[in-house]
Design a protein around this ligand. Structure first.
Ligand code: ATP
Ligand code: MG
Length: 160
């Protein structure tokens, strides 16, 4: 479906705002314009839910979670950053997108989950012809990025 994705982002984040714990602060850096992409809305919602839930779950001290949208030449880059979390060692940054991989087994077991969230997110993003990756500073926090191809507004109308 070809949609302006900006209202979808706000809709998803409004739900997180309503349910958030007092010690977490959310920030949105989202352009105030229409941005058209081809997406399966439910699937992209699932990707954002997964990444946002991780940001909350793995930042036990709270801090700020920033949702940023940057328009690049041919793609939209979405990033979700947490602060004050445990972070992830550089050599493990690619592994978190593998099925059942969890950085700290004991800690992750306590926090619950299956280790599938990011593997599913990667499948969805790749199916949308996007990319997904992460950067992190141990002891400081993590940023997960994904991209979606932008639709050329003049030629985008005739595709299914
Ligand atoms: P599930 O998402 O299935 O409930 P999960 O959160 O453990 O379980 P993933 O979302 O795939 O699984 O994440 C894989 C692992 O990557 C996590 O167990 C955690 O160790 C690490 N991780 C993911 N996001 C973050 C983050 N924001 N900060 C620190 N570690 C993270
Ligand atoms: Mg998860």
């Amino acid at each position: 479906e070809r949609i302006d994705i900006i209202p979808l982002f706000h809709h998803i984040l409004d739900r997180f705002d309503m349910n958030k714990a007092a010690l977490i602060d959310f920030e949105r850096k989202i352009p105030n314009e229409e941005i058209f992409v081809w997406v399966d809305k439910d699937k992209i919602t699932q990707v954002i839910d997964n990444i946002m839930s991780n940001a909350i779950k793995y930042s036990p001290e709270g801090g700020k979670i920033t949702f940023q949208v940057a328009k690049e030449v041919h793609r939209l880059r979405i990033s979700i950053s947490d602060q004050g979390g445990l972070g992830i060692a550089v050599e493990k940054l690619d592994k978190i997108f593998e099925r059942f991989y969890r950085v700290d087994k004991a800690r992750s077991r306590e926090l619950g989950g299956t280790g599938l969230g990011l593997a599913i997110s990667r499948e969805i993003v790749v199916a949308h012809h996007g990319q997904i990756w992460a950067s992190s500073i141990e002891g400081q926090g993590t940023t997960v990025y994904f991209t979606l191809p932008l639709v050329n507004r003049k030629r985008g109308g005739s595709r299914k």
